[in-house]
Design a protein around this ligand. Structure first.
Ligand SMILES: [Zn+2]
Length: 129
């Protein structure tokens, strides 16, 4: 019943806010370019608004990206347990693309009697910083 909601956060509200700031900043830039005969104070005002608005958007996006990177760390290392059904041979090796549990890997290097197979695939936990 208590189905966990996906952690999206107040992203829609923030997106609208960023969009509004971006529009204000671009509009101010546009005004700055257009006001060729305007007074220096108005141009300065436009420049200040544009810098503040676009700076805020850029800063927020950078922070958002960093948060996203924290939520989605680089993929952990994945290992496989290779076992021989005949002898007690057991090996842990790095996961290779296309490998799956129960996949055969050829004759056992220890007893040369049975085929090695992948007994399990598991990933290393997230790295502590
Ligand atoms: Zn064996």
């Amino acid at each position: 019943m208590a189905s966990p909601k996906p952690r999206s956060g107040p992203s829609i509200l923030l997106t609208v806010l960023y969009l509004a700031f971006a529009i204000i900043g671009l509009y101010a830039l546009y005004g700055l370019v257009q006001s060729g005969t305007g007074s220096a104070i108005i141009e300065l005002l436009y420049l200040a608004v544009a810098t503040l608005a676009l700076g805020f958007v850029a800063f927020s996006l950078m922070r958002l990206r960093r948060n996203y990177a924290l939520l989605n760390p680089t993929p952990n290392r994945v290992f496989e347990i290779v076992k021989c059904p005949q002898c007690s041979f057991k090996q842990i090796k790095n996961f290779a693309l296309g490998d799956y549990v129960t996949k055969g890997l050829g004759l056992c290097t220890q007893c040369n009697a049975a085929n090695l197979f992948i007994d399990g695939i598991y990933g290393e936990g997230p790295r502590r910083k």
